[in-house]
Write a protein that binds this ligand. Structure first.
Ligand SMILES: C[S@@+](CC[C@H](N)C(=O)[O-])C[C@H]1O[C@@H](n2cnc3c(N)ncnc32)[C@H](O)[C@@H]1O
Length: 262
């Protein structure tokens, strides 16, 4: 079983090697080929799509609230969310990601970034955030920690607040391909890390929909909708799309839209 310390070391390695590509792994953008503008444009598009989707469910968004971006990386989505909320706070386990985010968004006064090395969110009080978003983060965290973070994210959400989160649901491949997926997903990153003499490993972890429903059934929240997304594609380039059906092979990604009851 891995530890949070190991997870942090992994993301530090990735952040130091090729941070934008470690986040959005479009093969064309490897070796520092993301331009900052294109990279942050993907965040703006993703948040516009998600907020449009939330509006389509008839859910009001409180723009005066503080939003949270959990696992913010270099602030691709934090910056975009800050354009729609009073403030957006980004939280990450990697000091290098947080330093980069702080530096890159110095000009955006309503973005704030926090390092969180703990398995909980004890720095934040109950019901503090009006909107919470996390994407391409929980899929890389071991299930027992990811489930604990989910409960913490529900705790820090205020009544009536909206929480949108993405997880890997399962790997739909056969056994041999499943093995190759794990190796393939890892080896791509391992090649990068080896070249930079960094020992690191990208992990994928799944939580099935019935487990998510079971976990949240004991909380004061309602799952309003579940969407299948393209977020688990190993070449995900930040172009979030909602899929009509699950991919027949590879990881299935699900995005949940949850509201906290009053
Ligand atoms: C693939 S990147 C996604 C970044 C951002 N969500 C985005 O879409 O641009 C995953 C991020 O999650 C962070 N992360 C991983 N485990 C974490 C944890 N336990 N707590 C907070 N952040 C974590 C990593 O450091 C990394 O910055």
């Amino acid at each position: 079983m891995g530890s949070l310390r190991k997870l942090q070391e992994n993301w530090e390695g990735l952040a130091q090697a090729d941070p934008l590509w470690a986040i959005c792994t479009d093969p064309e953008r490897r070796h520092h080929k993301w331009s900052e503008q294109q990279f942050f444009d993907t965040g703006r598009n993703e948040i516009a799509r998600v907020l449009h989707y939330i509006a389509s469910l008839g859910l009001p968004i409180d723009n005066t609230a503080i939003a949270l971006d959990f696992g913010c990386g270099v602030g691709r989505l934090t910056r975009a969310l800050a354009g729609h909320f009073h403030e957006c706070w980004g939280v990450d386990i990697s000091p290098t990601m947080i330093d980069m985010a702080t530096d890159l968004h110095r000009d955006t006064s309503n973005c704030k970034f926090f390092l969180n090395e703990a398995a909980d969110l004890h720095h934040f009080s109950d019901g503090f955030f009006g909107f919470i978003y996390t994407s391409i983060v929980l899929q890389h965290i071991e299930k027992r920690y990811a489930q604990a973070y989910l409960l913490e994210l529900v705790r820090v959400l205020k009544s009536g607040g909206v929480f949108v989160f993405q997880v890997a649901d399962r790997d739909n491949s056969g056994l041999i391909r499943r093995f190759r997926n794990v190796v393939g997903f890892r080896s791509k990153l391992e090649r990068l890390l080896k070249r930079n003499k960094i020992q690191s490993r990208m992990e994928m972890h799944c939580i099935r929909e019935r487990e998510i429903r079971e976990l949240l059934s004991k909380q004061d929240v309602r799952i309003l909708d579940v969407k299948i997304t393209n977020s688990t594609e190993s070449s995900f380039g930040g172009d979030l799309r909602f899929l009509e059906q699950e991919p027949r092979r590879g990881y299935v990604s699900k995005q949940y839209c949850v509201v906290k009851m009053s």
